[in-house]
Design a protein around this ligand. Structure first.
Ligand code: C2E
Ligand code: CA
Ligand code: CA
Length: 697
């Protein structure tokens, strides 16, 4: 039930209205006759509606009383009056009455006016609450929101909009939208949002948020996402514009791109980005339709010696060296070139103008000179690095960037293995590299499946021709009598890290064979195994110990053949190793003597048993040739050091005779016997037959 307050100075009229209202179902909570009295009571009693007579006794009339009430409280007021002149009406309007009834009025008229007033007031209250909520939302929105009309007048701007635009609110509201909302697309290829064109209907609304740069007055341009929407609340269209600051988001995106495409250490493009750029270059060259393609070059630079720096001074020194080298190469690169750090001190340089191979090589040389210069580490410590370069010229037949980089890597590999500063890739080289890779995987399979096996070549006493030992030689059978020669795969095994597996397989199969010989009481000789430089470590000591006990052998049954270069490498540590092997009873031979350092001086320092004169000297052996003199010198010197001498590659009786005359102790070669299988040897021993010209008994 709505509560009504009546303001009426005529007591009888007031009573009449009161009874009528009560009949209509309203509760009359009070009446007042004077204006000031009415204000006080209404403000304390808060009725739902006030029925206000305009003409009141006293100083204050109904219009003024209504004014005072409305100033303090939002209550609906209906004026009622018997007469009205224009001036009174004009005054009454200003107070915004909720209704107006002229006396005398009938009940129906009164009820309708009251109901309309109550309803209108209710609506207003609800609208006000919604307005407050909307205002609060706009105030706290992270997006800037502006509403403008068709002519560009700014009707609304929330605090974030004011902040983003960098103007005071007053200033902003006084300007036209076209003047404050000036954009440029964030990506040059996108369209510009043009507010004037939008308002004139010359531009369609973008479908989604558009990334733009907001060009602000006296402020830095701001990257924003712009949302645009037309709406027409009362028939006249309004444009609602939202602005979202993208500064943080774009910074994050930039960071993401950076980690995805740039190397952390050097901040240079990484492999991925390098390949992207190279691909772009290949495509653009191809787009030229092969007509006069602009040549370019890819240089792979491998910085060497970082591991030494890391070990000696720590990883930060190694990193420092990489960064320093990157800076140096960058200095030599031209603005159009792309330098990338592929990782681990390996760089790729895309030389945009590789037209002149001579100039390109010169640039590479310049880069290497600067790479090799001293790198300052601390005030009193400098380090240096070495480098190898592989060059590939494009476009050639290249389609894929990956292929160019791969070939550059192949060229670096060759530069490294041949000790050249720079190597230019060519197709033949690629074919060779491909064949090597294929061979490597086949070799790996052959090792894993134990296809490789040892053959044994006798080494005989040149006086008695009696076998005193065998050399185990690896064989890779393809079919029954086709073998891949060791010289075709041993170097590959050594280069590609397979030699440890291969060496271990040989050691084990040789030991197995020895156990078989032992079980048949075939003895009186040792077997020498070829040991690659990589194999020659402490681990070999343990491995041999293990195999010897596993197969129940004596250490003196196994000899080791090492090359001069292995012995020379890191003399001190190898010296210790040699002593360990000798203590255990293994015989040590120096293989291929005469082809390497041939330094007899170091022989004195090493605990050795045998020197094997390389077969190159034996092949052309004839009296008074250089080879004869060398062989003689080696034999005499070896003897003076208490070593036994083996001549390798003895193929003829004449060679054997000369060697006997020179006092050479032992011989090995096709003249006596080629390498044979374990079974073949067993059967000769068992039947008491010679192995070729080599005597088994
Ligand atoms: P090497 O250690 O100098 O082995 C001697 C090579 O000379 C063997 O070649 C042998 O068959 C060959 N030879 C023996 N007598 C004569 C002869 O009268 N005339 C000629 N022209 N050659 C003769 P092979 O078996 O082809 O081995 C080649 C090289 O492969 C070996 O040279 C050795 O360096 C390496 N090698 C062989 N087996 C192994 C192994 O198990 N491990 C390692 N690391 N290297 C091995
Ligand atoms: Ca050998
Ligand atoms: Ca040899």
């Amino acid at each position: 039930m709505s509560r009504v307050f009546i303001v009426e100075d005529e007591v009888l009229v007031a009573r009449d209205i009161k009874s009528r209202l009560e009949k209509l179902g309203y509760q009359v909570i009070g009446t007042a006759a004077r204006g000031d009295d009415a204000v006080t009571r209404v403000l304390s009693e808060r009725p739902d509606l006030i029925l206000m007579d305009i003409n009141l006794k006293g100083d204050m009339d109904g219009i003024e009383a209504a004014d005072r009430i409305r100033a303090e409280a939002d209550l609906p007021i209906i004026f009622c009056t018997a007469y009205s002149n224009d001036e009174t009406l004009a005054r009454a309007k200003v107070t915004v009455p909720y209704g107006y009834v002229l006396k005398p009025f009938d009940n129906r008229e009164l009820e309708i006016t009251i109901e309309i007033a109550l309803h209108k007031h209710q609506m207003e209250v609800a609208l006000k609450a919604a307005g407050i909520r909307l205002e609060a939302t706009l105030q706290n929105l992270d997006d800037g929101v502006l509403t403008i009309d068709e002519t560009g007048v700014i009707l609304l701007a929330n605090p974030m909009a004011v902040q983003l635009l960098g103007l005071s609110k007053d200033m902003l509201m006084s300007l036209n939208a076209e003047a404050v909302l000036r954009f440029e697309p964030l990506n040059a290829t996108d369209t510009t949002i043009d507010i004037a064109a939008l308002l004139q209907g010359q531009m369609a609304l973008p479908v989604s948020f558009d990334r733009q740069v907001l060009l602000r007055q006296d402020q830095d341009p701001l990257p924003v996402a712009v949302g645009l929407n037309w709406f027409s609340p009362g028939g006249s269209p309004l444009l609602v514009i939202s602005l979202r600051d993208l500064t943080t988001q774009i910074a994050q995106e930039v960071q993401l791109v950076k980690t995805a495409f740039y190397d952390d250490l050097t901040s240079l493009p990484n492999r991925q980005l390098f390949l992207d750029r190279l691909t772009t270059r290949l495509i653009s060259t191809r787009a030229n339709d092969g007509l006069d393609p602009t040549p370019f070059a890819v240089v792979i630079i491998s910085v060497e010696g970082l591991d030494v720096i890391n070990q000696a001074l720590g990883f930060s020194a190694g990193d420092h060296a990489i960064v320093d080298v990157a800076r140096r190469i960058q200095k030599i690169a031209r603005p159009d070139d792309t330098l990338s750090h592929l990782g681990g001190g390996r760089f790729a340089l895309l030389l945009s103008d590789g037209g002149d191979p001579g100039l390109t090589l010169e640039a590479v040389e310049k880069a290497q000179i600067s790479i090799h210069a001293n790198i300052e580490w601390t005030l009193d410590a400098t380090v240096t690095v070495d480098s190898y370069c592989g060059l590939v010229f494009g476009p050639g037949e290249y389609v894929a960037a990956n292929d160019m980089v791969r070939d550059g890597e192949t060229a670096v590999g060759r530069a490294k293995s041949e000790g050249l500063a720079a190597v230019v890739f060519d197709v033949a080289m690629y074919e060779k590299a491909k064949a090597m890779l294929l061979m490597r995987s086949k070799l790996k399979d052959a090792i894993d499946q134990r296809v490789l096996l040892p053959y044994f070549q006798p080494i005989v006493d040149l006086k008695t021709l009696k076998i005193i030992s065998f050399e185990a030689l690896v064989r890779w059978p393809l079919s029954d009598d086709v073998f891949i020669p060791p010289d075709d795969f041993i170097p590959l095994a050594e280069k590609s890290g397979l030699v440890l597996l291969l060496g271990d397989l040989m050691l084990e199969t040789v030991c197995q064979q020895l156990k078989v010989f032992n079980s048949k009481a075939i003895d009186g000789f040792s077997i020498a195994v070829n040991i690659s430089s990589e194999q020659f470590t402490e681990a070999l000591v343990d491995r041999l110990d293990y195999l010897i006990s596993k197969y129940d052998l004596l250490p003196q049954q196994i000899g080791l053949e090492i090359t001069e270069s292995v012995a020379m490498k890191a003399i001190d540590s190898n010296l210790k190793l040699l002593e360990i092997f000798r203590e255990r009873g293994h015989k040590i031979s120096v293989d291929d003597f005469g082809t390497g350092y041939s330094s007899l001086a170091y022989l004195k320092r090493f605990p050795l048993d045998t020197i094997k004169i390389d077969r190159a000297f034996i092949q052309e052996l004839a009296v008074d040739t250089d080879d004869f003199i060398i062989a003689k010198a080696i034999i005499d010197l070896g003897h003076s050091l208490g070593l036994k001498i083996v001549a390798e590659g003895v193929e003829t009786q004449a060679q054997m005779k000369l060697l006997q005359e020179l006092g050479c102790d032992l011989g090995q070669g096709f003249y006596f016997q080629k390498a044979s299988t374990g079974e073949m040897i067993s059967s000769c021993y068992e039947r008491g037959l010679p192995l070729g010209r080599a005597q088994t008994l």
